[in-house]
Structures are given as structure tokens and as C-alpha cells.
Design a protein. Structure first.
Length: 185
């Protein structure tokens, strides 16, 4: 029986093979570190450090850290916009409404970080809602190449995962080559 996955607006992708306890632990650290680094105003710093240090070691860690980093950056930008809008609304007298939303939004952000950590502990890569679309790379399914899922070491293009659409796949191609060679006179 496989481990349960909890999505709640995000998406879970199974790991491409067995995941060690060390990989799970580092992935959990990537998901919960924004809680700690957020106290210094840089919630993206924890996942960024995990990604920089462990990205070559394991695809599971790299993808979890990348998704946590994308979520943290999105939240960081959203908080900056929230503060700006709150200041403007306070100046016109209705900023109290925004103050009431702050704790609710903070709890939602915290819940998604914990959700990412729980899914990582169960062997899943968790793509957060909204920010999951910024991370184009997904884990490969079983039997789709090495641990990198069809990357350079599997003879494919690094950064591309088989079975998933890529941005360049939708791009129009150049003109079609002529069907027959030009005639010489």
C-alpha cells in the first residue's frame, strides 16, 4: 500500500524510485525552513540553501526544494504587495479589513508548508498551488530513465522530463524543408 498523499489545491508527484530517509529529511527541511527564515524577512532563504547544497545529490531533494523555493518567493512577493495595499487602505480609513486578513493568510501559508513537508515525508514531490506552474520540471515515472528521469545521463535533454509537456514543445517550428531538391538547369 502506498503512502497517503495530501494535495489540497497542489499536486503530488511520486518519486522516481526508492527514496532514502536522508532524502526525505532534507526535503522536509526545504519545506519547513521558510517558517524559520521568514522571521528574518527572507522566507525563500531556507529552500534556496537546501537547493544549492543538495541539488546535485538527489532529484527528490532538488525538486522538493525547488517547489518550496517557488512557493516561498511567491509568498514573499504577495506579502510585499499585501503590505503596500494595507498601507494605502489604512490611509483612506479601511485598513482594518486588511489587518483581519493577515492572521488568516498566515495560517494558510503555514498549512501549505506543513502539507509540503508531510508529502515529502511520504515520498512525494509536492507542487504548491499557484507556484507549481513556475516549476516546469516534474519527477519521472518509474522506468523512465535514471534518477534524473531522462536527463543528460539517460541520453535525453537535461531539464526535460519524459511524458510532461515543455514550453518549447508548443513553439511554432521554422519553415518546412522542401519536399524535393531544387532542379538544376
Amino acid at each position: 500500500m502506498s503512502a497517503p498523499k495530501y494535495e489540497f489545491g497542489g499536486k503530488c508527484f511520486p518519486a522516481a524510485g526508492a527514496v532514502s530517509q536522508d532524502e526525505k529529511t532534507w526535503s522536509i527541511v526545504a519545506h519547513v525552513s521558510p517558517i524559520i527564515t521568514g522571521f528574518v524577512g527572507l522566507p525563500f532563504l531556507g529552500p534556496l540553501i537546501v537547493w544549492l547544497v543538495k541539488k546535485e545529490e538527489s532529484d527528490f531533494i532538488r525538486l522538493n526544494a525547488l517547489h518550496a523555493l517557488a512557493w516561498s518567493l511567491l509568498v514573499f512577493v504577495a506579502i510585499i504587495l499585501y503590505v503596500i495595499v494595507s498601507i494605502i487602505l489604512t490611509c483612506i480609513g479601511i485598513g482594518v479589513l486588511m489587518m483581519a486578513l493577515g492572521p488568516i493568510l498566515s495560517l494558510a501559508i503555514l498549512a501549505y508548508l506543513i502539507l509540503g513537508a508531510v508529502n515529502a515525508s511520504n515520498g512525494y514531490v509536492y507542487a504548491y498551488p499557484l507556484s507549481g506552474e513556475f516549476v516546469k520540471e516534474k519527477p519521472a515515472g518509474p522506468g523512465e530513465g535514471g534518477e534524473a528521469g531522462g536527463g543528460a545521463e539517460a541520453g535525453g535533454d537535461p531539464g526535460k522530463q519524459p511524458g510532461f509537456p515543455h514550453a518549447e514543445d508548443d513553439q511554432p517550428r521554422g519553415p518546412e524543408p522542401p519536399s524535393e531538391p531544387p532542379r538544376q538547369s
